[in-house]
Design a protein around this ligand. Structure first.
Ligand code: ZN
Ligand code: ZN
Ligand code: FE
Length: 758
């Protein structure tokens, strides 16, 4: 019986066809395998038993980078097709429609081994195979062939070519295949001398790292700034080089063994650290390698080596841990080109280590955290992007422009949502250029012609303006999606919820449909629309956007709004004059919008108890408040969830009372978290009673707050009637907005019922 198996998922450019070929040969199956537009097609003569075994083995033994979304099985009518053997059919022009690109993958153990065993790869730093190495970062065009990557300028040597064309070789069709004879090299200028010998380079750079020097090193998706993480003077200097940056630095440990003295680690976290995606994992800290790495934080962003150069350094340096932070100055995108790096960092760092494999697509390190044993992606970039997400609905032709900060965009291709890598804050000029270039690149790569556009409701977001331009240029309809609805639907999409749900969306700020600024919302919603059942009470936001960077303004606004006394310590810190100016602004309604933002509330609390009066980055105060909270304290302030809108007055009063009684700020911070969790849970219960809906979503940037999310989950776990859903693979912050926009647009345009073009 001739059977067709159509395997959909990430199955191209990951060694899938050779895997099928070898498997079929082992199982004595006759037939053929071919790359098709929507996946890999196997056509084979199979008995019932063989078919079962083949599917089972494909599902369980496939190459590690591959991921199978769906296997479609079709019986073909008895045909004259007779297979005498199993073969790989050449992928033809059809491959033009390939819709999936593999993400960049950490160097694998086999390749590391080849660096000590294969004569042409001894010590070679750009070793890779079908199961590892760069992908997205080097792709210029599709189909994914070497000539369409930045490896095109490197001619394969005979040995590499032999491996590349041998189906039984691990490097069969590994597009970036390379060795000491033919591949990319590192180079650097040190003391007026140019070095290209890799062993010399490692010797010099290791010595410099040992001496506390700072090195900019070109990686897979951009430059890193590296220094010994246990050398606080070096770390301090690095902080000065990066300007104003108080952001915690990510660090790279030699291996798990060397990481354990510094952090607590559970199995799930370990699994993430070791995964081929090699993200930064936020871990609870035992001790910091140096105080200036992560001031005020109890978590440490950790990763493990993922390029040969990392492994080589750890062979020769004394320290078990390096700072590995993005190679940029403050907010600009990470440098990817040697000239860019020289211009930004030259003269500031002690050495720049370049390589000559161009980076076509910039990808930062990804960031995840494990929350109640669930992996939550916070920044989705290297190792993840542009791996698609498979929603339960067709999304063909939709382009979503995302939010403004923490931007990502997304496009819908047939049944897949392809999300861009992390772009960043569009208000930065260079980042905005990165955004428009990436938009163009994705549309080109995926042969995408937009039919529907989706953007945020906020009229001034740069992403909105970009969407408007695109709408008029392409003459296609533009749908404006309310920010918090997008947050909710992104989570619904991930969990394939298509029925009405209750959604608690707490985040920084987003434009509401009443002209006010939202951010502490309780919705009843489906994919198409939402009803705002409740919200946090509107509080003045004196200075508008300025309030987000000056949490003390929110503290003044809250106290003034509720007519509560200003704690003497707070007044002493801020100054009576500034407080008077802001209260006058509020009273006269000068540049003072109103907001239901939970983020501003966290700001107010953090400033009030002296954790953070002014912020240097988005959400700094809420993050510091979370980090400050005593871990064991179960105390809480009274809350009243019965009101609508929901007021946090009782929490504020509790804080003031505690401050008067000199309660430790760690305890107050803990009580704040416990109370807000109580408030959300009580409100959820009340809304379930009111609506009869038992499926509840938590989304929005505030739920990146692990303390808050875990406490809510704990409190609700005893409630049989509630099913709680949180984003995991799609970021709960604004990095997930584009996915929500796509799904809202799909639902509103009712694409499900329309014919989807093949
Ligand atoms: Zn490999
Ligand atoms: Zn070679
Ligand atoms: Fe948001």
């Amino acid at each position: 019986m001739i059977t067709e198996l159509i395997i959909q998922g990430l199955v191209q450019g990951v060694g899938f066809r050779p895997f099928i070929y070898l498997l079929a040969r082992e199982m004595n199956i006759k037939g053929t395998v071919i790359n098709r537009n929507n996946g890999v097609l196997i056509r084979a003569d199979l008995s019932e038993k063989q078919r079962k075994e083949l599917i089972e083995r494909i599902s369980t033994e496939h190459p590690p980078i591959a991921s199978i979304h769906h296997i479609e099985i079709r019986e073909l009518p008895e045909s004259t097709d007779q297979y005498t053997r199993f073969s790989i059919a050449a992928s033809c022009s059809e491959s033009d429609e390939i819709t999936q690109i593999a993400p960049d993958i950490a160097v694998c153990d086999d390749c590391l081994n080849d660096r000590i065993s294969q004569p042409h790869r001894i010590g070679y730093p750009f070793v890779n195979c079908t199961r590892c190495g760069p992908r997205f970062s080097i792709i210029e065009d599709l189909p994914y062939d070497r000539i369409h990557t930045t490896m095109s300028s490197f001619a394969m040597c005979p040995e590499c070519r032999k491996e590349y064309t041998d189906i039984t070789d691990r490097r069969f069709h590994a597009q970036p295949v390379a060795c000491n004879h033919c591949g990319p090299i590192y180079y650097m200028t040190y003391r007026q001398k140019i070095y290209t010998d890799y062993r010399e380079i490692i010797a010099i750079t290791s010595r410099m790292l040992n001496d506390g020097k700072i090195i900019a090193v070109k990686g897979i998706g951009g430059y890193h700034l590296a220094c010994d993480a246990t050398n606080n003077a070096a770390v301090k200097r690095l902080r000065r080089i990066k300007i104003r940056d108080t952001k915690p630095f990510a660090v790279m440990f030699k291996d798990i063994g060397h990481l354990l003295p510094y952090v607590f680690l559970n199995e799930k976290e370990k699994e993430n650290l070791l995964s081929r995606r090699r993200p930064i994992v936020l871990l609870k800290q035992r001790k910091s390698p140096a105080p200036d790495i992560n001031p005020g934080m109890r978590t440490l962003g950790c990763m493990l080596p993922y390029m040969p150069v990392h492994y080589d350094w750890f062979q020769y340096i004394d320290s078990p841990v390096l700072v590995m932070t993005s190679g940029n100055i403050s907010d600009v995108p990470i440098a990817v080109m040697p000239e860019e790096a020289e211009q930004q960092l030259g003269g500031k760092v002690d050495l720049l280590l370049h390589h000559n494999r161009p980076i076509r697509n910039r990808v930062d390190d990804s960031v995840v955290q494990v929350c109640n044993n669930r992996t939550c992606v916070i920044r989705r970039s290297r190792g993840y992007a542009p791996e698609p997400f498979f929603p339960d609905t067709p999304v063909e032709g939709i382009l979503a422009f995302g939010a403004e900060k923490t931007n990502t965009f997304a496009l819908g291709r047939k049944n897949t949502v392809i999300q861009s890598q992390y772009i960043g804050d569009l208000k930065n000029e260079e980042t905005f250029r990165f955004y428009t270039e990436s938009l163009a690149q994705f549309q080109h790569l995926f042969r995408f012609a937009p039919r529907y556009l989706a953007c945020d409701l906020h009229p001034d977001y740069l992403s909105t303006l970009q969407a408007e331009q695109s709408a008029s240029k392409n003459g296609v309809p533009l749908l404006r999606v309310q920010h918090h609805h997008a947050h909710a639907v992104a989570c619904m999409g991930e969990h394939r919820l298509n029925e009405p749900v209750l959604a608690v969306v707490w985040d920084g700020t987003g434009a509401g449909d009443d002209g006010k600024i939202w951010g502490g919302e309780f919705f009843r919603c489906d994919r198409k629309q939402y009803i705002r059942l409740s919200q946090l009470e509107y509080i003045p936001m004196p200075g508008g956007d300025k309030a987000a960077l000056e949490p003390w303004r929110s503290a003044v606004a809250c106290l003034h709004h509720y007519g509560l006394p200003f704690p003497p310590a707070f007044t002493a810190r801020i100054g009576q004059e500034k407080i008077d100016i802001v209260t006058a602004m509020i009273d006269k309604e000068i540049n003072t919008p109103y907001t239901s933002s939970a983020g501003r509330l966290f700001d107010a609390f953090a400033s009030l108890i002296g954790i953070c009066d002014t912020a240097t980055r988005q959400a700094e105060a809420p993050v510091l408040l979370e980090q400050h909270a005593d871990e064991k304290c179960m105390l809480r302030y009274p809350v009243n969830a019965g009101e609508n809108p929901v007021s946090c007055r009782s929490v504020l009063e509790g804080i003031l009372k505690d401050m008067q009684e000199d309660v430790a700020s760690e305890i107050i911070a803990a009580k704040i978290h416990n109370s807000l969790a109580d408030l959300i849970v009580l409100k959820i219960k009340q809304l379930i009673k009111q609506t009869g809906i038992g499926k509840v979503i938590l989304s929005g940037g505030c739920f990146q707050n692990k303390r808050l999310a875990e406490t809510i989950e704990q409190l609700i776990s005893t409630e049989k009637s509630v099913s709680l859903y949180m984003p995991g693979q799609i970021p709960c912050n604004d990095g997930g907005i584009a996915v929500g926009q796509i799904l809202v647009a799909a639902a509103r345009n009712d694409l499900t019922s329309k014919q989807v073009d093949e």
